[in-house]
Design a protein around this ligand. Structure first.
Ligand SMILES: Cc1ncc(COP(=O)(O)O)c(C=O)c1O
Length: 362
């Protein structure tokens, strides 16, 4: 499939540096939690404007470790969206808590703060705003609700490395920010990886213990934990790629501007951008009532169009009975899942290729 070769294209862009980083790790004999992980954690924390970063095995694990470190478990409710990667919701379920799913803003597709306020009960412990497609949620409103009701805020930044809100990097606004470095992410490793960032030292220490069986520095435990470590090879690759993240995100924004300018309107709506926020277009998602026809014809033309997500979390088998949703359902989310279409966007895509995709759409 042409125009959807992002992970390989990124590898080729940074091939020499990545190969030498991998060789350095192999020659070092330290393969798990060594100097590359520490360096990456320092750099990511600085980059995000948070004091601490903890590497994890995946973005899902970053969420699970954060929830556990915040003491969230059975009997607790966590408010988040249904329009997200299923991982957001699976992390809440993995901790034994109940996901309470609310609707999204009809124009910006991120969590609707009014819906969050309506969903709060005396069991609510946290809210997870997802910075969907690379766009910030309405963090001022979310932080205000969290303050009123004494809730933790866990930012799901899996799709938003480098995006910001009122000049603050996402991940540094709530209690914790959770990142995924799955290869298709805008900051992608070559395998699984994730991280939590936080300004809170106590929380950092709890997450560090949760990451490795509950051990402290002397391998003494006071509570059980998991094994969710970032390995040295992935950290070394991320150390290469983090240096280029801003430039890569800028390239994504330029390509998005090209789509914005040239895509036909009428039956097609291009993404809206929140004011006072910087969108990094992890995904470029349009909506159209002709979605299924357009998807088929783009694919037949060799364009790697996708749907993120064809089913909302509460529509997934096995998840539906474990999630709470409002009595009137999630009308915006349910309408969006049948109208959204993701067009290819990644730094290596050329302007000529984007023009071709636009002409196929026309
Ligand atoms: C919004 C969101 N949250 C969480 C995750 C989970 O990340 P991972 O696949 O690294 O576990 C992803 C990635 O799929 C995601 O897109």
């Amino acid at each position: 499939m042409i125009y959807s070769a992002y992970p390989l294209a990124q590898f080729n862009t940074y091939r020499e540096e990545i190969l030498s980083a991998i060789t350095r790790v192999l020659d070092s004999g330290r393969y798990v939690l060594g100097p590359e992980v520490s360096l990456f954690e320092d750099r990511l924390a600085t980059y995000c404007g948070a004091q601490h970063a903890i590497g994890t095995n995946s973005g899902t694990d970053a969420l699970i470790l954060s929830l556990r470190a915040l003491g969230i478990g059975p009997g607790d409710e966590v408010i988040t969206v249904s329009l997200t990667a299923i991982a957001t919701v699976s992390a809440v379920i993995a901790c034994g808590a109940t996901p309470v799913l609310v609707d999204v803003d009809p124009e910006l597709y991120t969590i609707d703060p009014d819906a969050v306020a309506r969903a709060v009960t005396d069991k609510t412990k946290a809210v997870i705003p997802v910075h969907l497609y690379g766009q910030s949620a309405d963090m001022n409103a979310i932080m205000e609700i969290a303050k009123q009701h004494d809730l933790f805020v866990i930012e799901d930044c899996a799709q938003a490395a480098g995006a910001s809100y009122f000049d603050q990097k996402l991940g540094s606004i709530g209690d914790v920010g959770c990142f995924s470095f799955y290869p298709t992410k805008n900051l992608g490793a070559i395998g699984d990886g994730g991280a939590v960032v936080t300004k809170n030292e106590t929380l950092k220490n709890r997450i560090l213990r949760q990451r490795q069986y509950g051990w402290d520095n002397s391998r003494v435990t006071t509570e059980p934990g998991l094994n969710s470590r970032l390995d040295e090879i992935q950290a070394a690759i991320l150390n290469v790629k983090l240096q280029y993240l801003d430039a890569d995100n800028e390239r994504r924004r330029n390509l998005a501007a090209q789509y914005d300018k040239k895509l036909p309107r009428g039956n097609l709506i291009t993404p809206k951008v929140r004011s006072n926020a910087v969108h990094i277009y992890h995904l470029y998602v349009i909506t159209t009532p002709l979605r299924d026809r357009l998807l088929t014809s783009l694919r037949n033309s060799g364009v790697g169009a996708e749907i993120h997500y064809a089913s909302a979390a509460h529509q997934h088998g096995g998840y539906d009975r474990l999630c709470l949703i409002p009595e009137n359902g999630l009308p915006v989310t349910e309408r969006l899942v049948s109208n959204i279409l993701t067009l290819p966007i990644y730094p290596e895509l050329t302007s000529v290729e984007i023009d071709k995709i636009i002409s196929f759409i026309k």
